[in-house]
Design a protein around this ligand. Structure first.
Ligand code: NAD
Length: 443
């Protein structure tokens, strides 16, 4: 099939590349000239394991192209995806202006029957809006081209995005007219060869809401476990044991039960906020979700407060921070807990030396300069002269530090393990002060 993918961010670029990998002909469009220039040279503008190789391979086979001009590629397309950003607006609702802008361009340019697929995470009713916007343009041009609008939210996880897209648990497609199903069977058939039942068709509104429901459910699990971890600290229980005990119940499952410094990323905070706004607009009080957000803000602060409480006075203290991306495997730092934590440490007068294998550039750009914030070239370099180390993101390279080497480099032997990666005994044996989240030895 001939596919146009509008938006080459974390979702659009992975989706477009994986669609080309199974043989579709994909043209990716982005307004950002710098990104398109890099992509045309075979360089991925984002860090996602395996992505760059896949991009190059499919470019070589002429199945994947890049452009800044939708007008150059829409003419031939059977399917056009909208995968642009839907950032949090000032009032918490999702800002769909970029989605609308693409819909308007499609309406102005489309010359043959087209399936328009909204892949961006959008509030319920946005596909209706996209349809109206396109129909308005078609009416103005007196065009009788048939454009169908479908919802197809994306569930990939940054860091595992290729695997998630190539081997999905399910693909949700929202269509108001079942006639469009054939297009999706064709498009996604190669991804569900093992089980065609993974292709779930439903109406558009249910599909739009499914995405918010899924992310909000995952955020709820995290906030709930973080609150339980606090209770563990007060009661002398171990959140890791409690997690195992809970997660082995098949009704609950093992995933998304880890205590930590609060959830971040480009999706959970904004999608939870957007669903709360949808509730408010429809006079439905989403009390659970309100509490999830409050608990998450509290958790991010609590993580920093542990460090502040230990030192009492952070003025002039040097703190090494390992991990800036909101999770391992990505360079995405949007809403990363590291931001809240580092800001609080700086506010208290600390010097921060930060390290992240992939996220330093994005973090520096988004966080901005601060005279007491510097970045280190390696994780151990960050430890030089540090009074404490804080593990914020559990990159694999941080999982098994050489504690003797670390002790030689650090000024103080203090470790705050916000991801429960290390064994307290091992650190105690070497004379470290060690704190983690919701396990014995935590404060
Ligand atoms: P992103 O910010 O990384 O990328 C969006 C891209 O769209 C940018 O490159 C931007 O330049 C481009 N763009 C904006 N307006 C455009 C236009 N008119 N024409 C062409 N390009 C345009 O965003 P993302 O993280 O890929 O997310 C995209 C959508 O997918 C969002 O709605 C997000 O909520 C959703 N989503 C994201 C993830 C994730 O893990 N990042 C997962 C599932 C769903």
């Amino acid at each position: 099939m001939r596919v146009v993918m509008v938006g080459t961010g974390y979702v659009g670029l992975v989706s477009g590349t994986c669609l080309s990998e199974v043989g579709h002909n994909v043209a990716c469009v982005d307004l950002n000239e710098e990104k398109i220039k890099l992509l045309k040279d075979g360089t991925s503008p984002i860090y996602e394991p395996g992505l760059e190789n896949l991009i190059r391979r499919n470019m070589e086979h002429d199945r994947l192209t890049f452009t800044t001009r939708i007008s150059e590629v829409l003419g031939n397309a059977d399917v056009a995806f909208i995968a642009v950003g839907t950032p949090e607006g000032e009032d918490g609702s999702a800002d769909v202006r970029y989605v609308e802008a693409v819909a308007e361009s499609i309406g102005k340019l489309v010359e043959r029957n087209l399936m328009v697929v909204v892949k961006s995470t959008v509030p319920v009713g946005t596909c209706d809006l996209v349809e109206e916007t396109i129909q308005k343009q078609l009416a103005q041009r007196q065009s009788n081209v048939k454009v169908t609008v479908a919802s197809n939210p994306e569930f990939l996880k940054e860091g595992d995005a290729i695997g998630d897209f190539m081997k999905p648990d399910r693909i949700i497609v929202g269509l108001n007219d079942p006639e469009g199903q054939a297009v999706f069977r064709d498009l996604y058939g190669p991804f569900v060869l093992d089980d065609q039942g993974k292709l779930l068709f439903m109406d558009r509104r249910s599909s739009e809401l499914t995405k918010y429901g899924a992310n909000s459910m995952l955020a709820t699990r995290i906030s709930f476990m973080n609150e339980l971890s606090l209770l563990c600290e007060r009661l002398g229980a171990d959140i890791d044991k409690v997690r195992q005990g809970i997660g082995t119940d098949p009704r609950i499952g093992k995933k998304f039960l880890y205590a930590g410094p609060g959830y971040g990323g480009s999706c959970f905070p904004k999608d939870v906020a957007a669903l709360l706004k949808t509730g408010e607009k429809n006079a439905v009080e989403l009390e659970v979700l309100n509490a999830v957000t409050r608990a998450n803000v509290a958790q991010k602060n609590r993580a920093a407060d542990k460090i502040i409480a230990h030192f009492k006075d952070l003025n002039g203290k040097r703190i090494a921070v390992w991990g800036l991306a909101f999770k391992p495997g990505t360079d995405d730092v949007r809403e990363a807990p590291a931001k809240t934590i580092i800001q609080k440490l700086l506010d208290q007068g600390a010097y921060v030396v930060a390290h992240d294998p992939q996220g330093q550039g994005n973090f520096a750009r988004e966080f901005g300069d601060h005279e007491r914030l510097v970045y280190a070239d390696s994780s151990y370099e960050a430890l030089r002269g540090a009074d404490a180390m804080v593990l914020v993101t559990e990159w694999s390279e941080y999982r098994r530090p050489n504690w003797d080497k670390a002790a030689d480099m650090m000024a103080g032997k203090v470790v705050f393990d916000l991801r429960n990666q290390y064994q307290s005994q091992e650190l105690h044996d070497r004379g470290y002060h060690y704190e983690c989240m919701g396990r014995p030895d935590s404060k």
